[in-house]
Design a protein around this ligand. Structure first.
Ligand code: SAM
Length: 191
């Protein structure tokens, strides 16, 4: 996989485009997840926190590690986290398939618009498995592999079936697709 598949921090405005609230609304995704009193969330490829901040708003008990590979993204996030979320949304530097947090700590590990950028999808899914508590949920959401005027080139996108396969291969059970979004696949599994 080539480095140029990685999101270009110069395009950061794209991640904050309000049109995203129509096509990948965090509230719709949160409701579909149907989590019961989650406490620790790990956002892999958090970008500008487009999902981390609304998810943190769902309960004062929620703590989110907003992980990213690129320091520019983490710096942006650090500078823009609303004051009242600073103690609960933590920008966290990770390596390509490695989050230096302990085993079994998360209720939810999620990756949004990231799967097509990964160098080693299997290694990342194994890492998600390691980080989750038994019974915890993994969620992968990414652009459907279809022609459309926005998003990454269709040639590098990953199909929903491939995402299902990646999640199953890592050992997750109850793997299912959630057909709630027009332009994105959403798949969950349980540890
Ligand atoms: C297209 S952006 C999506 C950001 C966010 N999830 C969203 O949907 O608004 C992808 C993000 O993943 C990060 N990224 C790419 N590969 C990564 C990896 N292996 N581990 C962690 N972050 C990664 C990029 O730096 C970028 O911030």
């Amino acid at each position: 996989m080539h480095e140029n598949r990685k999101f270009d921090p110069k395009s950061i405005d794209k991640l904050n485009n309000p049109e995203r609230f129509d096509r990948e609304n965090p509230d719709v995704i949160w409701k579909e997840l149907g989590l019961k009193e989650p406490r620790v969330l790990i956002d892999i490829g958090a970008g500008t926190g487009f999902f981390a901040i609304p998810f943190a708003r769902k309960s004062p008990a929620i703590m989110i590690y907003a992980c990213d590979l690129q320091q520019e993204m983490l710096d942006w996030l650090e500078a823009h986290i609303p004051e009242d979320f600073r103690n609960r949304v933590k920008p966290f530097k990770m390596e390509e398939s490695e989050v230096s947090l302990p085993d079994n700590i998360a209720d939810l590990v999620y990756m949004i618009n990231l799967h097509h950028e990964l160098e080693d999808r299997d290694a990342m899914m194994k890492e998600a498995f390691r980080l989750l508590k038994p019974g915890g949920t993994v969620m992968v959401m990414d652009w459907k592999k279809e022609d459309m005027p926005m998003g990454p080139p269709v040639t590098i996108r990953i199909t929903a079936e491939e995402i299902v396969g990646d999640i199953e291969k890592a050992g997750f059970r109850e793997v299912k697709q959630h057909p709630v979004l027009k332009f994105h696949s959403m798949v969950t599994g349980r540890k």
